[in-house]
Design a protein around this ligand. Structure first.
Ligand SMILES: N[C@@H](CCC(=O)N[C@@H](CS)C(=O)NCC(=O)O)C(=O)O
Length: 201
């Protein structure tokens, strides 16, 4: 399999952690792609021009990160990351959706700075994005999501989200969310692939 991704991508980091947890490192070749510049091979794989995208051994393309992680969960070994059925499946996917949402809001804030000229930026839009992040973090801090024998796909997604806010938002989330800081430390200790997939500093 081939994975089009970038070390700076939080969605790519979800997939990198999944590859490691599912013992698939020997079966996936990672091809670095700079989605910010536009890349023909990426656009061919995913017309949305977004990483990550996975090309299977059968030559089929799979995106986005959620679908890739579910696919890898079925072809790899190791712990099941997305429960296959029952209430646990929906609980896991809903928590993962919260993690993906955190990444999306934080990414949109970065894109405001990257793609919109300064005189066209709208403060109320940035505040709207931040309020979604703050509300989600407060929700998590009130009851940090526990795991059983091992972290699952939702925990992988949340860790990628918090890691992204460390990377691109100077870890400002940490001061007001000590329980989630401790949660991320526990995740880091439980999943060596978290540190191994850290974005470049
Ligand atoms: N929902 C998608 C989001 C992927 C995404 O937004 N990737 C970013 C990089 S982290 C990207 O490729 N951005 C380039 C662009 O949107 O033009 C996923 O989970 O994979």
């Amino acid at each position: 399999m081939k994975l089009l991704s970038s070390p700076a991508s939080p969605f790519g980091r979800k997939v990198s952690m999944t590859i490691a947890i599912k013992n698939l490192k020997d079966q996936v070749e990672v091809l670095g792609v700079d989605a910010t510049k536009g890349d023909a091979s990426l656009n061919a794989a995913n017309p949305l021009g977004r990483i990550p995208a996975l090309i299977t051994d059968a030559g089929e393309t799979i995106h986005d990160s959620h679908v890739i992680c579910e696919y890898l969960d079925t072809v790899g070994t190791g712990p099941v990351l997305v429960p296959r059925s029952g209430p646990e499946r929906w609980r896991t996917l809903t928590l993962a959706s919260l993690g993906d949402g955190l990444i999306e809001q934080a990414l949109l804030q970065v894109y405001e700075g990257r793609y919109r000229p300064e005189n066209m930026r709208v403060q109320s839009w940035m505040e709207r994005l931040q309020s979604k992040i703050d509300r989600t973090l407060a929700h998590l801090e009130a009851s940090p999501p526990a795991w059983g024998a091992h972290p699952d796909y939702a925990h992988v997604t949340l860790a990628a989200a918090l890691g992204y806010m460390d990377f691109r938002h100077a870890g400002r989330w940490r001061a007001a969310h000590p329980k989630m800081v401790a949660w991320l430390d526990r995740f880091d200790a439980a999943v060596p692939a978290f540190k191994a997939s850290a974005p470049p500093t």
